[in-house]
Design a protein around this ligand. Structure first.
Ligand code: SF4
Length: 435
């Protein structure tokens, strides 16, 4: 990714402000931080645009699988998330064998759905695999899958069978798995003809790079790389080599999303966790249980959040359990994890409560208080905006961690206040005893 100065050199430098920025340099800084698009400046010459497009292309190409409902992998620009952020979360796929009852299997996969801090997670792709060795059976499994699954998918089968089923599957743009040194020419022909992304597989990095060059020569550019890692050591070594080579050395042959087939069971989950942290873009499981999926989704959510932007909810008034004109009023910050924890603990109490969320730019209670973003004045302002004090004459409960704001808050709202718990988990007991 070019620096702000490199972008600046290609801009007209007239400071005309048509892009909404005061100067070309300010616009260049936004471009470098990926917060603006070059097209936002109407005066850039085509030659500059071409030069920028070339140098601004992410070192790991973004590859999209699926049509309609799709998933994009890669597009990464850095080695470490604190340098900027990771872009497209690793995708998790679960296998649907053509020897199983396909609708039943897909129904099982759909059940792997969880909600965490306001985001719903589920399996991203299915991988339809030919275990029968028979094109007719595989074709029926594809038909059945397409009726039950509207998301993106992978097709895993030998080239000879792929040729017979590709017409049915191609409109949904599946990832074709996979081309090796034995079938690279034929697989590239199919991928090119049907505009489908293609997975290339070789455990030897040099041979894998040669496969990429052959794919390029055939006109295939939407590529996913399987480096054939069989254990954790190979997984981290090979994927680190690939990411480092593409980002630091501009070695384009490895500038593609990386994938792994990991099997099933605890070792598979460990491999998937490794891939989630170190440069994987797709993991295919033979099978995945709910107790395995939840920690993986949680890990992925943490790795792929922008480290510069805390996850937050909107400031506002959140009624919990049908509160009335006498219900207690709680308040806390808009840091997502705080909000969902407090909310869940209030719900556990079964006591109706008004929960006022104060915008602290996503900071947690003590951090926001220390930074001066969660003062009594901030709390009162948010309460005035939501009108909660006129909707309920109930007691206002101050988070225990910021008990010291109680005198000031009392003065400002002239309402009975009480200091609540320091730990959210103690809220149900607190509410039960609240008179
Ligand atoms: Fe500079 Fe283009 Fe923005 Fe005008 S519109 S200030 S030329 S970047």
């Amino acid at each position: 990714m070019p620096t702000a100065i490199e972008f600046f050199k290609l801009l007209p430098k007239t400071n005309c402000k048509d892009c909404g920025q005061p100067t070309c340099l300010a616009f260049a800084m936004l471009l470098a931080n990926q917060k603006a698009k070059i097209d936002d400046c109407p005066h850039v010459s085509q030659s500059s645009k071409n030069a920028l497009a070339e140098s601004a292309a992410p070192p790991v190409r973004a590859v999209t699988v699926g049509k309609g409902k799709d998933v994009t992998m890669g597009g990464e620009t850095v080695l470490y998330r604190h340098e900027r952020r990771f872009i497209n979360p690793i995708a998790y796929a679960v296998t649907v064998s053509d020897k199983t009852d396909v609708p039943e299997r897909i129904a099982e996969i759909r059940k792997l759905t969880f909600e965490r801090v306001g985001t719903v997670f589920s399996v991203d792709l299915i991988s339809i695999r030919c275990d029968s060795g028979d094109a007719g059976t595989f074709g029926k499994a594809i038909d059945s899958s397409l009726r039950s699954w509207d998301g993106p998918f992978v097709l895993e089968c030998p080239e000879s069978i792929l040729k017979e089923v590709i017409d049915t599957a191609a409109p949904r743009k599946p990832l074709l798995y996979c081309a090796t040194s034995d079938n690279i020419a034929g697989m590239c022909d199919i991928a090119k003809k049907h505009s489908c992304p293609l997975a290339l597989r070789d455990a030897d990095p040099e041979k894998l790079a040669e496969l990429v060059e052959k794919a390029w020569a055939s006109g295939v550019t939407d590529i996913v790389l399987d480096m054939g890692a069989a254990n954790l050591k190979e997984c981290i070594e090979r994927q680190t080599i690939a990411r480092r080579s593409s980002v630091k050395k501009k070695f384009k042959q490895f500038g593609y999303p990386l994938m792994n087939r990991v099997g099933h069971g605890e070792y598979a989950v460990a491999m998937a966790a490794m891939s989630t942290m170190k440069y994987g873009s797709l993991v295919i499981f033979d099978d995945l249980k709910n107790y395995e999926a939840l920690p993986l989704f949680t890990l992925r959510q943490n790795i792929y959040t922008d480290p510069q932007v805390p996850i937050q909810v909107k400031q506002g008034l959140y009624p919990i359990g049908d509160p009335d004109g006498h219900s207690p009023i709680f308040f806390t910050t808009n840091f997502s994890l705080t909000y969902f924890t407090v909310r869940a603990d209030i719900e556990r109490s079964k006591v109706p409560v008004w929960l006022q969320i104060v915008d602290t730019e996503g900071l947690s209670v003590l951090t926001a208080y220390s930074a001066g973003k969660f003062s009594a004045e901030h709390v009162v302002k948010s309460m005035e905006e939501s009108g909660v004090l006129s909707r309920s004459d109930g007691v206002v409960v101050i988070p225990g961690l910021v008990a010291r704001m109680s005198a000031k808050l009392n003065d400002l709202i002239r309402r009975r206040t009480i200091v609540g718990t320091s730990e959210s988990r103690d809220i149900p007991k607190f509410l039960k005893n609240l008179k």
